[in-house]
Every structure is written in C-alpha cells, then in structure tokens.
Design a protein around this ligand. Structure first.
Ligand SMILES: Cc1ncc(COP(=O)(O)O)c(C=O)c1O
Length: 374
C-alpha cells in the first residue's frame, strides 16, 4: 500500500507464511470452505485460547449472529451489553427479536462498567455480552459471578482481543461461547473473517450447522431451522493460520508500540491516554486511543481534521448504541443516557496503530498530536 507520507491508521503485516499457504490453495485447487486450512485454523485458534472447538465464519459480525442464534434465546429475552461498542453486538441481539439492555462504560478503561450490570437484571434477562474494548479486557471475575448468581449465559466478544489474557487466562476462553474477528485492522487478519470458540459440544455443532444453512446430514435440502451461509474459505483460513503462527510476536510488537506512544505523549496536556495495565491485564493496544479533556474546547472530529492536515490518519471511537438512529426509530433506548459512553464517542479517537507502523512513523504521529494540542 503506497500512501506517500500519509501515516495510515492500520496496515497489516503479511510477511510470514501467508504467500506459501495461499500458493498451496491455488496449487491444490482448494479455495472453498471444504479445504484443509479451515480445520487447521479452527484447531489452531481453539488451542490458542484453550477451547475445545473453533468454528470459522466469514466475519466477526457473522460470528456474533451465529452465537446468539446458537444459544436459542427467545424473542423478548433481554441481553446486557455495553452502550459503547460496535453495532454488530446489538444488531445480533435485535435480529433474533431479543432486547438489548445497555450499561455504561468505565471512563478509565473504556470497557463496560461491570458494577452497573446487576441493577439492569430483570426476570427476562438471559445473557450478558461481554465486549472487550480497544486493548484491555472487561473485568471478568465479577461479571462471571453475576452470571452464575442469576443463571445467565455469557457471550464473550473477543473480536479485538487475540492474544490477550485476563489474570493469565486467554480472552476467548470465558463464558458459553466467544467470538473473534479477523478484519485487517485486527491483530491477526484473514481479509474478512471470524471465529466462534466454545467448549460445549452441542453449541459447537449448532454453530457448524447454522453457518452452513442448517443442511441436514441425512437429507441435505430439507431444513428444520433457518441458517446462514457464513462459511469461511480455505483462502481466508490459509492467511489466518500464517497470522496465528506469529500472534505472540505481533502482541509483543503492539505492546512496544503502545509503550512508545505512551512515552511520547505522556507529557502532552489535554489528553487522556489508554491505561497500560490494570491488576488483571496489560493492554495489547488493539488501537491507540486518545480522549480529549473537557477543558479542550474542540472535539474528536476537529482533532481528526487537524491531524489529517498533518498527514496522520485517525478513526473516531464507537458511537453508543442508545444514540443510533436505527435503534431510536425502533423505539429502543428512549430517554436513556450513558454519559461515559457519550463522552468517549465525542472526545475519543485513535491514531495510527497498525502492525506495519515503524517507530519513525509513531514518532511523527506523536509529534503531530503534540502539535495540534499546543
Ligand atoms: C468488538 C467487536 N465486535 C465485533 C466486530 C465485528 O467484526 P467484523 O468487522 O469482522 O464483522 C468488531 C469489528 O471491529 C468489533 O470491534
């Protein structure tokens, strides 16, 4: 990708076994989801997060749709999730006829404030969707305790958390079922791709069936349930396997990039930087986010415009679910307020964070940030 001197926000690293494995797909003619890389990638991901089963799908959004469908939640069932997340999470819940119930973010870690979950539980609450945001995991121990106490299912959205751990235990190993995304801005990519991981044989079987149109083994074109075509191709899985081989190297690099940014930006006034470590995890800096202090008179959009003029790409933070026009039109979240999520959306943005970024580009991006904050 040649972008001149513009520093891109995300560029993947594809210089391991990617080319060899892709050539193998072409040489053998295995390009569909029937090819051998799919199973190898599924087994590799499951092993990496200490789960029994991996089920590869075509993207992270599809993985969430499959997870909600596999759990057999009923229309009207309530699922608790953070207000501050990507729309895929709430969309998967709404499409099944279930009701998304929001909690606000912790303003320091940017993850869901687990302390707010219990007050949102009603007799209709059936599940919690725990979404790890930007680099640090959700504080899982209290969340697991609440789920146990109220007999709730857990969907863990680890779309951004490849290679992260919570108290030493891999993200992707919590709850009934966990999902990953392999979009190119993630720590590992398959171009487009996703994965479900679980220890539950029945859930794994349901996910395999749901991703493949619920074809039945005996009578292929006779269907008991509506499924999806969410299959991952051998070509995507070939890329994924090559990326997985380097995951711990990638995490090491991301942490060094995060530390370098932190060193360069820690003295800059008016900015909240990502938390580098808590007592349960060290950030893997999926993205390097910045939040403008309230005393800065302009917002994240203006910061992005100013950085763009200095040839530094940025992306806005998520826009909260209760402020999504599509959900408001459906009558959802009316009158609800989540001040921490609203503030993150308006004052937060992230700067170049991709694995292909050089230290020199990080220094240039950081000095551009310093420049706009003067
Ligand atoms: C937390 C989270 N969940 C789900 C997704 C959806 O993944 P995909 O883009 O592969 O559909 C993303 C994408 O960034 C995400 O950040």
């Amino acid at each position: 990708m040649n972008m001149g001197d513009f520093i891109p926000v995300n560029e993947p690293l594809l210089d391991g076994n990617e080319k060899n494995y892709l050539a193998e797909c072409i040489d053998t003619g295995w390009v569909s989801s029937e090819g051998p890389f799919v199973q190898r990638f599924e087994q590799g991901m499951a092993a990496a997060v200490k789960r029994k089963f991996g089920i590869a799908v075509c993207n992270g959004t599809a993985a969430l749709e499959t997870a909600v469908a596999a759990l057999e939640l009923q229309p009207g069932d309530e699922v608790i999730l953070p207000a501050f997340t990507i729309i895929s999470c709430a969309a998967a819940i709404v499409r099944r006829g279930c009701v998304p119930v929001l909690v606000d973010s912790d303003p320091v870690t940017w993850n869901m404030d687990v302390g707010q979950i219990e007050q949102k539980i009603t007799p209709r609450t059936k599940a919690i969707m725990a979404v790890h945001i930007y680099g640090l995991p959700v504080d899982m121990d209290p969340l697991l305790a609440i789920a146990r106490k109220h007999c709730l299912r857990i969907i863990e959205d680890a779309a951004q958390m490849h290679g992260q751990t919570y108290k030493g235990r891999p993200c992707g190993s919590f709850g009934d079922i966990s999902v990953f995304s392999f979009y190119p801005n993630k720590h590992m990519t398959t171009g487009e791709g996703g994965m479900l991981v679980t220890d539950d044989d029945r859930l794994a079987e349901r996910c395999r069936s749901l991703r493949n149109l619920c074809f039945q083994p005996g009578r292929r074109f006779v269907h008991d349930e509506l499924g999806f075509n969410f299959r991952m191709t051998n070509i995507q899985a070939a890329l994924g396997l090559a990326q997985l081989e380097r995951l711990s190297e990638f995490i090491g690099r991301k942490r060094r990039m995060g530390s370098l940014y932190a060193r360069l930006l820690s003295g800059v006034p008016g900015l909240q930087l990502p938390v580098s470590r808590t007592d349960y995890a060290e950030s893997i800096y999926w993205v390097y986010g910045l939040v403008l202090d309230d005393r800065i008179s302009w917002d994240a959009d203006e910061a992005s415009r100013r950085l763009s003029r200095l040839r530094v790409a940025t992306r806005p933070f998520f826009w909260p679910m209760h402020e999504q026009p599509v959900f408001r039109r459906m009558g959802l979240f009316s009158g609800e307020a989540y001040p921490a999520a609203e503030r993150l959306a308006r004052r937060g943005f992230y700067i170049p964070s991709g694995l292909a970024l050089t230290d020199d580009q990080i220094r240039r991006a950081a000095s551009a940030v310093e420049e706009i904050m003067k």
